[in-house]
Design a binder for this molecule. Sequence first.
Ligand SMILES: [Zn+2]
Ligand SMILES: [Zn+2]
Length: 296
Amino acid sequence: MRGVLSSAKSRSLPLLGAHVSTAGGVAEAPARAAAIGANVIQIFTKQVNRWAEREIDAETASSFRAACDRDGVRIAGSHDSYLINLASPAPALRQKSYRSFCHELERCRVLELDFLVSHPGNATDGDRGAGLRRNAEAIRRALSEVEGVTPVLLEATAGQGTALGASFEELAELIERVGPAFEDRLGICIDTAHVFAAGYDIARNYDRVMASLERIVGLERVLLFHVNDSKTALGSRVDRHEELGKGELGAEAFRHLMRDARFAEVPKVIETPKGDDVVRADRRNLRFLRRCSNRA
Ligand SMILES: [Zn+2]
Ligand SMILES: [Zn+2]
């Protein structure tokens, strides 16, 4: 992001933030970061459950970047539409998804975003290998078609239904299939609730899980964390976020993560339930995370 704060003190703060609303327009989002004491934001750049696209004009983009500067947002990224399924065996849906994904990348370019989180798709016909190939092929084609520098971060999924990307092996395969031409534009996002629901016990076996992530994918590929507790049990394959410390993961997992020096520079974003008072809930969860990093 261009909005890097100048003071050394601000630079040394951990990169912590939340998914924030863009109600009123994308340029309204950075102020919501300031309200909760965050220096990282994740947004949707369109209505996430609709196919309709939105174009961001130059004026909107420049107000957005000015707002990031003003509000101390150092990292800003987006999450792609929930409708997109780049792995679909149905050509029409795959093509629609592809066009929509290209629009996502285009908005990232215009807004100069630092990341685009993308859920691996669903192999609805049960053929996971073919699904992974289609998903990777679509990403490779989109990265060559749409100009820009924003990296695409494949998010680890809970593995609900036929969702791809619930194992480190599948994430590694996607990266490998997209290929070395886009080496610098591809990373992964580890969602703590998703990997737990997918069967990785980062609460009790943090070191072992990270060792396997390192071996299979490589820790340098982890460019973002979604920090969420899980309402659902280990291996449930059901994706339900919970407030930090109140779910099945518990505080211990977050202590491990926040104290892991290998990820000190990796931005961490909460997507925890917000209840009636968004600001209060986000502040509470971010405070919880900060406490987890204290060794005292
Ligand atoms: Zn997530
Ligand atoms: Zn989720």
